[in-house]
Design a binder for this molecule. Structure first.
Ligand code: DGL
Length: 266
């Protein structure tokens, strides 16, 4: 047993889709959430810049004495995971490998689509992971740089005309393909899942964040790290800018009241 909290971070709201999944599946765990809202979006940043951001995210979470860190951001995971694993001696769970594995095992047509930020697509992390599990798969990646900013601005309704216009442009790339699986390769995208599903009704959508919770459960179990308390876990939220705006959006997305959001410098 280990009653220390789990650290989870993202550039902003997207990681809350991972928090939601952790609450549902590991209800007794305490969570420290960091949203780096001063530097969102991460999605178009260089490898060097992302490495420096993620070092500061790790340093903050480690200062809160977390027992494991969930990189609830595909951009950070795909660009910096290898560096972080070498540098820090703490269990790390990412989002790319669990989602890639799930998609590789599910596809029947052997064609998988991926949507993500420009930095995630440029890293080629998804095609590399998918080919490790299923070398015969054809992977079609589409960078969608406008989607995370739209989510951050609460443009998430499937009837929102701006969102629909942007999605129709991006998802056109899958029109003449045979994909039966689409990885939502950014943790912001489950918040616009309904809108995406309307464009691709027969395609299975895989949320990178939800897939990673199973990896987290295995990690806690295999290392005897589960929280032994019987009461519901406590969640603390920290952001690097605009705590009120974050709190408002977070309550909407999580459909529950959240505790105070604290502003921090990292
Ligand atoms: N939610 C993040 C991801 O999964 C980052 C989005 C962004 O900040 O651009 O990639």
């Amino acid at each position: 047993m280990d009653n220390r909290p789990i650290g989870v971070f993202d550039s902003g709201l997207g990681g809350l889709t991972v928090v939601k999944s952790i609450i549902d599946n590991l209800p007794n765990e305490d969570i420290i959430y960091l949203g780096d809202t001063a530097r969102v979006p991460y999605g178009g940043r260089s490898h060097e810049m992302l490495t420096s951001f993620v070092h500061s995210d790790f340093a903050f979470l480690l200062s809160k004495e977390v027992k494991a860190i969930v990189i609830a951001c595909n951009t950070a995971d795909s660009q910096t995971r290898t560096v972080m694993e070498k540098y820090y001696n703490i269990p790390i769970v990412g989002v790319v490998e669990p989602a890639g594995k799930q998609a590789a095992e599910y596809t029947k047509t052997n064609e998988i689509g991926i949507i993500g930020t420009s930095s995630t697509v440029e890293s080629n992390a998804y095609p590399n992971i998918i080919k490790k599990y299923n070398p015969d798969v054809k992977v079609i990646q589409v960078a969608c740089p406008l989607l995370a900013p739209l989510v951050e601005n609460e443009k998430t309704s499937k009837d929102d005309i701006v969102l629909r216009k942007v999605l129709s442009e991006y998802l056109m790339s899958f029109q003449n393909t045979n994909i039966d699986t689409l990885i939502l390769g950014c943790t912001h995208y489950p918040l616009i899942r309904d809108a995406i599903a309307e464009f691709l009704p027969d395609v299975r959508l895989i949320s990178s964040g939800f897939a990673s919770t199973h990896t987290l459960i295995d990690l806690l179990d295999n290392n005897n790290l589960r929280n032994g308390m019987s009461h519901p876990g406590r969640i603390k939220y920290y952001v690097t800018d605009a705590p009120e705006k974050f709190a408002h959006s977070a309550e909407m997305f999580l459909s529950m009241p959240i505790s105070k959001v604290e502003l921090v410098k990292i």
